[in-house]
Design a protein around this ligand. Structure first.
Ligand SMILES: NC(=O)c1ccc[n+]([C@@H]2O[C@H](COP(=O)([O-])OP(=O)(O)OC[C@H]3O[C@@H](n4cnc5c(N)ncnc54)[C@H](OP(=O)(O)O)[C@@H]3O)[C@@H](O)[C@H]2O)c1
Length: 274
């Protein structure tokens, strides 16, 4: 065992679960879960796993999670912020409370837990699972895109400001086959009936999410990039995972009016093709 200590949030499924399964072979892993039914499942993966409960919609649980980790260890080598959800819908109809939930989970929760763990992250790494959505080019998921961009801005600023020897990395995957897509349908579709003018776009979002859940890249692609960024002494500040994320990055470099033209053309083609 190499004796490194990791904190990983969003570890009960998808990318997080695959990552902690790998890390816990040789390391101590504090693994954040939201749903209490996952605690014993996480313990069963390895005796090196210390599950902790945190729900980013409930601020007191972030405080308790921070206190728990600080009481159990004196140094974290790498904090991997993975927890996330997707709020979808047209900007003009989106429920404001849902937008707040998006930022609570994808941004504020990560900032708050990181702040609590900073005293024991002296010369460690923070690896955030952002998204290609952070390039801000996808209509009807603006809360998700904005939250990921916002996450990247906060943590890049932390990198610039802090006086420790911290390395901070943003991983931006494209479409990955995980339960996120199914959860996003469950959590968002109850609002879709209220979005009258956009009903065909909402139907498309649902069928696209169903396809992505099956056809996305395997979680191992993201896990490998996280492990690489963790291994390197001087990792890059940002990594894309998948061709779609690479193209999203390229498109984002164009003038905004060109980007909008490309996206509108894409939406028109999808409408015509059904
Ligand atoms: N899948 C993709 O195509 C894709 C692409 C780019 C980026 N990402 C990002 O990758 C990360 C991991 O997602 P995934 O694809 O592996 O999906 P996932 O399996 O749904 O993982 C998301 C994790 O976040 C947890 N979570 C959700 N809401 C939370 C809350 N309020 N408080 C604390 N934890 C919460 C979930 O807990 P529960 O198990 O209780 O739901 C789950 O463990 C996310 O940040 C996502 O935005 C995913």
């Amino acid at each position: 065992m190499s004796g490194k200590t990791y904190v990983v949030t969003g570890s009960a499924s998808g990318i997080g679960k695959a990552l902690i399964t790998e890390l816990s072979k040789d390391n101590i892993v504090f693994a954040g879960y939201r749903n209490p039914i996952h605690e014993s499942e996480l313990k069963n993966i390895s005796s090196n796993i210390y599950p902790f409960y945190v729900d980013y919609s409930l601020p007191e649980t972030i405080k308790q999670a921070g206190e728990y980790i600080l009481s159990k260890c004196t140094k974290i080598d790498t904090l991997v912020n993975i927890a996330g959800c997707v709020v979808a819908g047209p900007v003009e109809n989106l429920n404001i409370e849902e937008i707040r939930r998006q930022f609570d989970v994808n941004v504020f929760g990560h900032i708050e837990l990181t702040q609590k763990l900073m005293p024991i992250l002296e010369d460690g790494k923070i690896i955030n699972v952002s998204s290609m959505a952070s390039y801000g080019i996808f209509p009807f998921i603006s809360p998700y895109c904005a939250s990921k961009k916002c996450l990247d801005i906060f943590f890049n600023t932390l990198l610039l400001e802090n006086k420790k020897n911290l390395k901070i990395v943003s991983i931006k995957p494209g479409v990955i086959a995980t339960p996120l897509w199914g959860k996003s349908i469950d959590e968002n579709s109850k609002y879709f009936d209220n979005y009258g003018d956009y009903s065909s776009e909402m139907k498309y979002l649902i069928s696209n999410a169903q396809k992505n859940a099956k056809n996305g890249l395997p979680v191992s692609k993201v896990v490998n990039v996280i492990l690489k960024a963790d291994r390197l002494k001087n990792p890059k500040t940002s990594y894309t995972v998948g061709l779609d994320a690479f193209f999203a990055r390229m498109i984002s470099k164009l003038p905004q009016s060109w980007i909008n033209g490309i996206i509108k053309l894409g939406m028109k083609i999808k409408r015509v093709m059904g």
